[in-house]
Design a protein around this ligand. Structure first.
Ligand SMILES: Nc1ncnc2c1ncn2[C@@H]1O[C@H](COP(=O)(O)OP(=O)(O)OP(=O)(O)O)[C@@H](O)[C@H]1O
Ligand SMILES: [Mg+2]
Length: 302
């Protein structure tokens, strides 16, 4: 069983799974686990929000249950639904065999055999290995009614199905919510949670992440890659590269046997870093060279 008895232990446990956290993140994860509070992670894209839930589940040996949010997500997709096709077949069969016990059929049709359990209900079920990690990913994509619904589900960790009854979690799941902040999530929901803003990592931390996730990259190349990406993030871009892009880029450069960055190799591989044509356009001509020179200058000891 992973050691999560202190902030340092949490940091080490995450690191053992290849997740590089900083002190602030390790602290909030430690507290969320200790106090049994949901953890609300907000931040830029590709900064390791989703990954922390996956890493925690892995480290603790718990099941990861993921609710991917999207516009129009409703209880039928999030909590439970009835298996209509199977119910129809059962009704047809009952008709064909001339079964007349309507009440028995009704009970059967709205019983466990025909229930489809969605992520929130799955998370309320007992799990032999202990409460699962419930990842409610990209909450900002849903709408306010769903948020209100979630607020309720997260306050008592139980689900009522009129035909079956109330199902309550024996122990609350470990809940992690993420948001890219395309809109503000309601205060009432945030108040239930511990909050942490996941920022882009510092140069040193991003080097550690590369060492963990792209271990084949030589230190010299990694230093240049990180310096360039960090410099790029200070530009006015439509979509700044996240950590995921840094890792991808390093892997692309490795695949091309690149030993050191040049404006040409940057131009050829920019698609790993920037995903919008307008942003790519900005680095045409001498711009890539200028940024590379500045990035290199930042690496020189002062
Ligand atoms: N601190 C970190 N330590 C190790 N790997 C990391 C870290 N941060 C990010 N990564 C890597 O970056 C990838 C992307 O992270 P993740 O998908 O968690 O980002 P996200 O914040 O959820 O992004 P989005 O908002 O786009 O969903 C991960 O697969 C992981 O490999
Ligand atoms: Mg994510």
């Amino acid at each position: 069983m992973a050691d999560i008895s202190s902030i340092d232990a949490v940091e080490r446990t995450l690191a053992a799974q290849g997740y590089v956290s900083d002190r602030a993140l390790a602290t909030v994860v430690f507290l969320a686990l200790r106090l049994g509070r949901p953890l609300f992670l907000e931040g830029e894209a590709g900064t390791g929000k989703t990954e922390i839930a996956k890493t925690l589940a892995q480290a603790l040996g718990r099941r990861l249950i993921r609710l991917q949010c999207y516009e129009g997500l409703d209880a039928a997709q999030a909590v439970y639904d009835w298996n209509f096709p199977a119910q129809m077949v059962a009704i047809r069969t009952a008709e064909a065999t001339g079964s007349t016990d309507r009440d028995a059929l009704q009970d059967e049709l709205f019983g466990p055999d025909y229930l489809i359990e969605r992520p929130l209900l799955q998370a309320m079920r007992p799990h032999a290995e202990g409460p699962p990690v419930l990842l409610i990913d990209e909450l900002d994509r849903t709408d306010e009614p769903f948020e209100a619904f979630l607020l309720e589900a997260l306050s008592d960790f139980q689900v009522t199905i009129p035909e079956i009854g109330t199902i309550a979690a024996p122990e609350p799941p470990i809940v992690i919510l993420t948001s890219n902040r395309t809109r503000e999530v309601h205060d009432a929901l945030k108040r239930r949670c511990l909050y942490h803003w996941v920022d882009y990592p510092s140069h040193a931390r991003e080097m550690e992440i590369l060492a963990a996730r792209a271990p084949d990259a030589a230190e010299g190349l990694s230093r240049e890659v990180v310096a360039f990406v960090q410099r790029l993030r200070t530009e006015d871009l439509f979509k700044k590269p996240g950590v995921a892009e840094t890792i991808d880029w390093a892997k692309c450069l490795l695949a091309l046997d690149t030993l050191t960055l040049s404006p040409e190799v940057i131009a050829d591989t920019l698609g790993a870093l920037l995903k919008y044509q307008d942003d790519i356009q900005k680095l045409q001509g001498s711009e890539a060279k200028r940024l590379l020179d500045e990035a290199r200058a930042s690496l020189e000891p002062a």
